[in-house]
Write a new protein. Structure first.
Length: 77
């Protein structure tokens, strides 16, 4: 498995597909290969972002999830 360090530069947009149940984000980011640290049991990629970008991500996710919920039938029980 290859590991990467992904540094988020800017979010551009978000969209979702109700048929596949996926959310897609368009963003500018820097992706660099990263060697796993010796103390890690499993290799992992790391996504880094500023607090401002994390807040944008949260807002975009909330909007996309609300969009999914609005398409569901109101009586699910």
């Amino acid at each position: 498995m290859k590991t990467h360090r992904i540094e988020l530069q800017k979010f551009k947009s978000a969209s979702n597909s109700s048929t596949r149940g996926t959310v897609s984000f368009r963003m500018d980011c820097l992706v660099l290969p990263q060697k796993p640290k010796d103390d890690e049991t499993e290799p992992s990629s790391v996504l880094e972002m500023s607090e401002a970008d994390a807040r944008v991500l949260l807002v975009l996710l909330k909007k996309q999830i609300a969009d999914f919920d609005s398409r569901k039938a109101k009586s699910r029980f």
